[in-house]
Design a protein around this ligand. Structure first.
Ligand code: COA
Length: 253
């Protein structure tokens, strides 16, 4: 089954959700965003589905983040864009069933954020993680409210202020990634974990997710939605985004 730019398949008790615009490194285009929400909702509503696995099409990228080609710099666009993107990024936290991110390549920006919103990350040894928004004059709206809890305040600041990528192994050492596996074993290993989760009592699994996630998805996301638009309207953000589009280094003020 296909929902916009997202492939959806149920195998035994696991829904496989594949972001599928590899020519744009599965960046969060309107088609990926709407397909992702529909696919996760479908999995949530299907009583046969117990676990959700998210991955990216192609060999290179899980998801390269927000679709920079679609950015516009006016308040109406920016506010609506941020509201919609943050709802997409928070979706793996919001569904009641366990979500595994099978990270097959770049998990940058929004792709990084989808992976940390998931309950487990299994990473290919080729995967790379990072929040490079600072290079565009921006910040990762979801990661800035989540990352400190996951990796500590210092490392959260380092990752978001420097924007440099880290390897799958480094992400594992930080506790972000559960397991690093050979690239050709990625989906098999993600499905092995999914099958183990499926064999457990489902009410207990859902309660566990609900209890661990009980503080998430409220005022913190509203805060990010309210604050982030100001950054997009800064001159340096326009320069950073234009520089990316023109494939040149930015000249920040
Ligand atoms: N939005 C829109 N298009 C994107 C994209 C994004 N976030 N990331 C990559 N693409 C597009 C590129 O523009 C390019 O398109 P083109 O072939 O029409 O020129 C295509 O995907 C391939 O990307 P390319 O940069 O050529 O691949 P690479 O292997 O040299 O570099 C990255 C990969 C991920 C390092 C680089 O694409 C990148 O830095 N992307 C932006 C990541 C980012 O800042 N995300 C946060 C956004 S807020």
């Amino acid at each position: 089954m296909r929902f916009d730019s997202v492939e959806y398949e149920v195998i035994d008790n696991t829904a496989l959700v594949t972001l599928d615009e590899p020519e744009k490194l599965n960046a969060l285009s309107p088609g990926i965003r709407s397909g992702f929400i529909t696919a996760l909702q479908q999995a949530e509503d299907d009583p046969n589905v117990r676990v959700i696995v998210i991955t990216g099409a192609g060999d290179k990228s899980f998801c390269a983040g927000a679709d920079i080609s679609g950015f516009e710099f006016n308040t109406t666009f920016v506010k609506s864009f941020i509201d919609k993107v943050l709802d997409v990024l928070a979706m793996p936290e919001q569904v009641t069933k366990p979500v595994i991110a099978a990270v097959n390549g770049y998990a940058f920006g929004g792709g990084f954020e989808i992976s940390i919103a998931s309950d487990f990350i299994i990473a290919s040894e080729k995967a790379k993680f990072g929040v490079p928004e600072i290079k565009l004059g921006l910040l990762p709206g979801f990661a800035i409210v989540r990352l400190a809890e996951l990796v500590g305040r210092q490392m959260a600041k380092y990752l978001s202020m420097l924007g440099e990528p880290i390897s799958a192994q480094e992400a594992k050492e930080l506790g972000l990634v559960l397991k690093v596996v050979p690239h050709d074993q990625l989906l098999k290993q993600a499905f092995d974990l999914a099958d183990k989760l499926s064999s457990k009592p489902q009410m207990a699994i859902r309660y566990a997710k609900s209890v661990y996630n009980r503080e998430l998805g409220g005022a913190d996301i509203t805060y990010a939605k309210d604050v982030m638009p100001f950054l997009f309207l800064d001159d340096d953000a326009q320069e950073g985004v234009n520089a990316f589009r023109e494939k040149r280094p930015p000249r920040f003020k």
